[in-house]
Design a protein around this ligand. Structure first.
Ligand code: FAD
Length: 400
């Protein structure tokens, strides 16, 4: 049995911790947040590989995982259906996954308020130093501390998030607020709105208390819109009082004028069903889209996983699934090599190319929007049909 430290207690960290715990290791998760993590109700698409990773983490996978849709529909600007196809899929939410993974981890394994600042290692152990002066030692450190990973900054400072040129407006709208027209034409489906240079996807997710009952669900949307650097992006990251949030604007700070402009654009560019959803979503928020492309994941007794290792644009909907697979690969490597630098290298050999492939694949799925918008950053032409077919699909399943 080894003692494994996990920096970051979000979905990636919880996957790794639960899988390692079930392999018989002692695990300490160090999470900097002092309060319960907030998923903002954001939707997450699931894949077979995600369900398998959840099972490996000791989580229960049943009909309460999310809402099942049977197919996809692209809505034309006039509200009529364009391309449609059957594609059963279960749609869940960040908070539901967090709940499922958090409840199977014993509380004594999860330390909150532990902000990892630096890491030291020698021939036999690794020690993590936190901002408040606490230190934790173990045999291996799994860094799952997200896109701005402090651990990655120490070991590979040259790996930086690269802005993709567009943002995602996101939100969830209560089902009971919507018109029968919208409920009957799109609510039960994975919906697409594809104005030139932009992309909106939407799907039903559980509502309050993770209820999947009819009338209590919500419709989750993600609307990708260009926001050129620096002015377009900076304006969106600035609140109504002029404060600028370079690392991401908190949902409640998004300027009301930007929300109003987004809704106004929706009325002109999108099907009326989507315009209604945007109008009736209480607190839309936005996230700039980044790529993080690592060339190394193993640093002695330290490994990077999840968003700390790679951030792929969300088009394949694979970030959480990848984190689950990373956690499993770390456990497999430790089983073969013990919690040693050799295990770190074995994990890197297993997951480096997979992560690099996913970032490149997601770039390709997103680049067509930029070429439609006339940007030199994208040159890939894609039909509406291929967007509907390939979005939120595990590339491994696509190839099979
Ligand atoms: C618009 C959008 C849509 C998406 N849709 C999907 C989807 O449909 N399906 C999907 O699978 N994925 C999706 N993703 C991606 C997915 O959300 C992420 O890949 C996944 O949540 C990453 O989890 P993580 O645990 O690696 O990182 P994070 O969730 O970022 O967690 C990092 C954790 O580390 C903590 N932390 C940070 N620094 C420190 C420190 N110094 N010390 C201690 N703790 C620290 C943070 O507080 C946080 O809890 C989407 C992303 C976006 C932006």
């Amino acid at each position: 049995m080894a003692r494994i430290l996990v920096a970051g207690g979000s979905l990636g960290g919880l996957f790794a911790a639960n899988i390692l715990l079930r392999e018989g290791h002692e695990v300490v998760v160090l999470e900097k947040a002092t309060e319960s993590l907030d998923g903002r109700g954001a939707g997450i698409v699931t894949h077979k590989a995600l369900e398998q990773a959840l099972l490996r983490a000791g989580a229960r996978v049943d009909e309460t995982l999310g809402v099942r849709v049977e197919g996809r529909v692209q809505l034309q600007p006039d509200g009529s259906a364009g391309f449609t196809m059957p594609m059963p899929q279960v749609l869940t939410s960040w908070s539901r996954l967090y709940q499922i993974l958090h409840e199977v981890l014993p509380p004594q394994n999860y330390v909150q308020g532990a902000n990892v600042r630096s890491v030291q290692q020698d021939a036999s152990s690794v020690t993590v130093h936190c901002e408040d002066g606490r230190s934790f030692s173990g045999d291996l450190l799994v860094a799952s501390d997200g896109i701005r990973s402090a651990v990655r900054a120490q070991y590979a400072p040259e790996i930086q998030p690269e802005y993709a040129g567009y943002v995602a407006w996101r939100g969830v709208c209560d089902e009971y607020l919507l018109s029968n027209y919208t409920l009957s034409s799109v609510f039960e489906s994975f919906g697409f709105g594809l104005p030139p240079g932009e992309q909106l996807i939407g799907y039903p997710v559980a509502g309050n208390g993770n209820s999947t009952l009819r009338g209590r669900r919500r419709y989750n949307f993600v609307w990708y819109r260009p926001a050129p650097e620096p002015d377009g992006l900076n304006a969106l990251l600035t609140d109504a009082d002029g404060n600028f949030y370079a690392l991401g604007i908190p949902p409640h700070k998004v300027a009301w004028r930007n929300v109003a402009a987004m809704r106004e654009a929706g009325r002109h560019l999108l099907a009326p069903q989507f315009a209604e959803i945007l109008e009736k979503t209480a607190q839309p928020f936005l996230q700039p889209i980044y790529d993080v492309y690592s060339t190394q994941l193993a640093f002695g007794r330290v490994v990077l996983m999840g968003d700390a290792a790679f951030v792929a644009r969300p088009h394949p909907g694979m970030g959480v699934t990848k984190a689950g697979l990373d956690g499993g690969a770390i456990a497999d490597a430790i089983r073969r090599h013990g919690a040693t630098p050799a295990a770190s290298l074995a994990y890197e050999a297993e997951r480096l190319q997979a992560g690099q492939f996913l970032v490149q694949h997601a770039r390709k799925l997103g680049a067509y929007m930029q070429s439609q918008a006339g940007s030199s950053r994208g040159t890939v032409a894609r039909s509406d049909e291929s967007v509907v077919r390939q979005t939120a699909v595990d590339p491994a399943e696509m190839a099979a």
